[in-house]
Design a protein around this ligand. Structure first.
Ligand SMILES: Nc1ncnc2c1ncn2[C@@H]1O[C@H](COP(=O)(O)OP(=O)(O)OP(=O)(O)O)[C@@H](O)[C@H]1O
Ligand SMILES: O=C(CO)[C@H](O)[C@H](O)COP(=O)(O)O
Length: 302
């Protein structure tokens, strides 16, 4: 945790919707004139696609379980923790991107399945924003979660998560349904051991629950729409959360537990805006004051 240089982490499995949630954060950052250093979790994969394939094939030949992108063998958790520690200490660190597909190739200028070179985080950012698989990971060796000031879990129920993954990997990344199904199966031990436990370490979890039948996610022809779903929002520490205000502002919402509010899927983005904006505002205001700068209210009117 760093009062001076705060870190926000959005953590979720592959296809959970962390990139989609990032669009909401970017709107808030633009509206509030906040500059964020963006970090994609995939940039902490240990291997590029060709290396990963070789490691996979060698493990299979040797009768071993191949490492998966959900676990520590294929990701450098220590380097991720070091980045968070560096950023928290002095707003610095190195970042890169993993290029998945042709669209990202056009954006980054490197071929799919490779990394862009490491680059220094530009000077003068207000916060670090992480989006990916391991923003709240804790193992015996590393504790990424302890560096994060606001940690959000994005966790559709698992059938929906798989539908989203299958559709995205087929349409944007060129994989077949069979290839994605195989990937889901291979990653399952790491999913249970490294992805799920993170949602105990988050401040708020968003769980999208479809209101349509998703019993067999492997044959679903489309992703249930926001209007066909509800989102459960669970706060680890509900103290200070203005539930009556949220309920009044979000039509169709209700509280399902003392720390959980349920909103219609189509209102999830509104809920995120209402919940995150004051939290981000407070992080930035505290950070500015800790660095000897005027608070946000003073900055806005100067
Ligand atoms: N709330 C939502 N309603 C409808 N579709 C959604 C929603 N959230 C995500 N999706 C869809 O699910 C797919 C995966 O979403 P997204 O790319 O945001 O996942 P991700 O967590 O960033 O995945 P990865 O980490 O593997 O890149 C996309 O096709 C996206 O449009
Ligand atoms: O989404 C993922 C993890 O979040 C991908 O599976 C991972 O980044 C590997 O990508 P690719 O299969 O395109 O090489």
């Amino acid at each position: 945790m760093s009062r001076k240089h705060p870190i926000i982490a959005i953590t979720g499995s592959s296809g959970a919707g962390t990139s989609t949630v990032t669009e909401t954060f970017q709107q808030i950052f633009t509206r509030e004139s906040i500059t964020a250093a963006i970090v994609h979790g995939d940039s902490f994969h240990r291997y590029d696609r060709a290396e990963m394939r070789t490691i996979h094939n060698t493990a299979i030949e040797q009768g071993k379980n191949p490492p998966s992108h959900f676990g520590p063998e294929a990701n450098d958790f220590a380097a991720l923790e070091a980045l968070f520690a560096d950023y928290g200490a002095n707003a610095s660190g190195k970042v890169r991107s993993y290029v998945h597909d042709a669209e990202e190739e056009r954006q980054f200028g490197c071929p799919p399945g490779t990394f862009t070179p490491w680059e220094d985080i530009e000077a003068g950012t207000d916060l670090l924003y992480y989006e990916g698989l391991h923003g709240a990971v804790r193992t015996e060796e590393v504790d990424v979660a302890r560096h994060v000031d606001l940690c959000i879990g994005v966790v559709p129920i698992i059938n929906l998560e798989w539908i989203q993954k299958i559709h995205r990997d087929r349409s944007a990344r060129g994989y077949s349904t069979e290839a994605v199904t195989d990937m889901i199966l291979r990653r399952m031990p790491d999913y249970v051991n490294y992805i799920c436990p993170q949602f105990n370490n988050t401040d708020i979890n968003f769980q999208r629950v479809p209101m349509v039948d998703t019993s067999n996610p492997f044959i679903a022809r489309w992703i249930p729409t926001p209007d066909e779903s509800m989102t459960v929002i669970r706060f680890a520490n509900p103290r200070g959360i203005d539930f009556p205000y949220l309920s009044a502002m979000i039509p169709g919402s209700f509280m399902s537990r003392a720390n959980s509010i349920v909103v219609p899927g189509g209102k999830t983005e509104l809920a995120m805006q209402l919940i995150f904006t004051p939290m981000i505002w407070r992080l930035i205001d505290n950070s500015r004051k800790a660095r000897g700068l005027p608070g946000l209210d003073r900055r806005d009117h100067s």
